[in-house]
Design a protein around this ligand. Structure first.
Ligand SMILES: [Zn+2]
Length: 671
């Protein structure tokens, strides 16, 4: 593994500078001086300068008294707000032609849309030593410190910790490039991994799936499996076939020639391959191997290994989170890995699993099969038809301007006091979106946030309105957690799961905002059971993802074949422990089918944690009755650790209790 080269003069220069600074500022500053010198030395490289340059820099840049430190902190706060805000503004303007409903996109518009003016900020800040000023004066912290000591920190201490976190890593350009390349290569492998479903044949040579159906693994395969619950005639046979395909992908016994190839027919049970007896597409992949069932040569695991080997290169340059696993949990989610594991295990081993499984078995009328982890039958019939809703919405909002004008009323209906509703609404600009809609925050207090919404020439339809209400939730959070926050470095929320949960609080009340009564306990209970079962499924997937990353770190020189064997074993272990007891079948590898596992760098634990956070926030808002004041109280605490945020919001840290309680309650409603 690569090591950051040590500088031979560094230890002597640290000792010399420490002495000089203590002499200048006195013993009370000693601990800060030692910390600052250590932090600077951890990131200083040859090209930053020699011993004399290091010593000159640290003596000149240390803020040795509180007044100077305050000035420094305030200046960084003001200037980085301006930097972030203006960079976001440029990015927003550069993407306007692509994002807004403004006529044709010309080829050069994509160049503007793809340009990120702040991409080199970190490199620049180390090169011009802005980063070293921060590292010399403010504390780098580990997640453990933020969670334990952070409980008693002042808001200013939290803000200082967030400021320093901006510079907690200095990843060399060639390492970033290697990670980018591994990400692109694995992403391309995943993006082209299609199965031509009409070419799946059973033992009798029958085709169950329609012509031209081309499904991307795993997303489309899973969604087809879900929709097959509605097919009374062939649904079960189709679902079994899809499960078989998924298992062959995981075990890499899938014949290489069948991947994205409509020119062969494949029986996934017997694993026979023949030249296609029917033609349903002109798609002709070049240079496919001869028609045989030779398996894919473990490419899936070679891709995963490449992503691991690339991110590992960043380890020596990230002292407070020195592995990708640590960066993923400590910096991304900000919840320690062992807590995430405990939370996930609490869900998959909860007593509600067996109860919901029994309910599903009753509803499908047969013993459960492994693919029923994707059961999607907890759906309530809507009280209003989509056409009825379209009519109501298009009349109310014929233009984006009509929606904008109504925002203060909508916020009052959600319980915001009139004066607060006007204040928030005045900060939201509504633009016509080219796509389905999105929300853009502002990054600095002097600019406004943007709500992009899709409005057809016939007016807004219900789908567009539902999305607009969701995005408006983002806009309200973006406004309050920036404009009303005490320290800029604390603006925002802890992570995207919180953003989405808060937006969902708005979205779930869209019918209420139209004046259509929504109280429907049956629908509410169905939604809860659907979420619970989805969380149960994805929690197991996340446990497999985590297990596989640990295995890779423990076996840095593994071959793709060894990684395949380990992944299958980990998937079976998780299945046997938490799924086999309700599915009554052992050694199933389905939990390893997710494509994110191959190209998304340990992303999967975000999903189950997101479900739980959504339940906690929704539960708290429901308890309090009015959305407005509760929403405002929650978001004003800003970007501190998730557990501390959640304790402030609900009295409890992030966890599954709210989801499990709601599930227990739902089981009394849906029988
Ligand atoms: Zn969203």
């Amino acid at each position: 593994m690569t090591q950051k080269p040590a500088l031979p003069w560094m230890q002597a220069s640290i000792a010399k500078s420490e002495k000089a600074l203590v002499a200048k500022y006195g013993e009370p500053q000693h601990a800060r001086i030692q910390r600052g010198l250590k932090q600077v030395s951890e990131f200083w490289i040859d090209k930053d300068g020699d011993a004399a340059a290091f010593e000159d820099f640290v003596t000149a840049s240390f803020a040795g008294d509180q007044a100077t430190l305050d000035t420094m902190f305030n200046r960084f706060q003001d200037l980085l707000e301006k930097y972030n805000g203006h960079m976001q503004e440029i990015g927003r303007e550069f993407r306007n032609q692509s994002d807004l409903d403004r006529g044709p996109i010309l080829p050069f518009d994509d160049i503007f849309a793809g340009y990120d003016p702040s991409a080199h900020f970190s490199d620049d800040a180390f090169q011009n030593k802005m980063a070293f000023v921060v590292l010399l004066n403010f504390p780098l912290t580990t997640l453990d410190q933020r969670l334990t000591e952070g409980q008693t920190w002042t808001r200013r201490q939290w803000a200082e910790a967030r400021l320093a976190q901006n510079f907690s890593k200095r990843i060399p350009a060639d390492v970033s490039l290697a990670i980018g390349n591994a990400s692109a290569e694995s992403g391309k492998y995943i993006a082209e991994y299609n199965i031509w479903m009409h070419h799946l044949v059973n033992d009798k040579g029958e085709r169950l799936f329609p012509a031209k159906m081309r499904l991307l693994s795993h997303w489309n395969l899973r969604d087809e499996l879900k929709s097959d619950y509605a097919d009374e005639k062939n649904g079960l046979a189709k679902q079994r076939a899809i499960q078989q395909v998924m298992e062959r992908i995981v075990s890499q016994t899938i014949p290489a020639v069948v991947v994205d190839n409509p020119q062969v027919d494949w029986n996934p049970f017997a694993n026979d391959v023949k030249a296609a007896a029917e033609k349903d597409s002109d798609f002709a992949p070049e240079a496919k191997t001869p028609v045989s069932n030779s398996p894919e040569p473990d490419t899936r695991y070679a891709m995963l290994l490449k992503t691991y080997k690339s991110v590992r290169l960043a380890d020596p340059y990230s002292p407070t989170a020195p592995t990708h696993i640590a960066r993923s949990f400590d910096e991304g989610r900000q919840i320690p890995e062992q807590r995430v594991r405990a939370i996930l295990e609490q869900v998959v081993s909860s007593p509600q699993v067996a109860k919901v499984a029994a309910l599903i078995q009753k509803r499908v009328g047969r013993p459960l099969e492994p693919f029923d982890v994707w059961y999607n039958g907890f759906r309530a019939k809507s009280k209003f038809s989509e056409a009825e809703l379209d009519q109501i919405v298009s009349k109310k909002y014929p233009t984006p301007e009509a929606y904008r004008a109504d925002i203060p009323n909508l916020l009052v209906k959600l319980g915001f006091p009139k004066e607060r509703a006007d204040y928030i609404a005045a900060n939201i600009i509504v633009d016509p979106a080219r796509g389905s809609g999105h929300a853009l925050g502002s990054g600095m207090r002097e600019t406004k946030v943007h709500l992009r919404t899709r409005v057809e020439s016939t007016g807004m339809n219900y789908k567009g309105y539902n999305i607009a209400v969701h995005e408006m939730g983002h806009n309200v959070e973006q406004t309050l957690s920036l404009k009303d926050i005490d320290f800029y470095f604390l603006s925002g929320v802890p992570n995207t799961a919180f953003t989405e949960a808060l937006a969902f609080v708005f979205q779930a009340r869209d019918l209420e905002l139209l004046g259509l009564s929504q109280a429907d306990p049956q629908a509410e209970a169905m939604r809860t059971l659907n979420d619970f079962w989805g969380t149960y499924e994805i929690a197991g997937v996340a446990l497999v993802d985590m297990g596989v990353w640990h295995w890779m770190y423990d076996h840095p020189n593994a071959t793709p074949a060894e990684l395949k064997a380990a992944t299958m074993q980990i998937a079976k272990d998780v299945w046997n422990k938490y799924y086999a007891p309700v599915f009554h079948k052992k050694d199933v590898v389905l939990l390893a089918i997710y494509s994110h596992m191959i190209d998304s760098f340990l992303y999967l634990p975000d999903y189950p944690i997101g479900h739980m956070i959504a339940f906690q926030i929704e539960g708290q808002v429901n308890k309090s009755g009015k959305v407005g004041p509760e929403f405002e109280r929650m978001v004003k605490v800003g970007n501190i650790a998730p557990d501390i945020w959640m304790k402030n919001a609900t009295g409890q840290p992030v966890g599954p209790e709210a989801l499990l309680q709601a599930t227990e309650q739902a089981l009394t409603v849906v029988q």
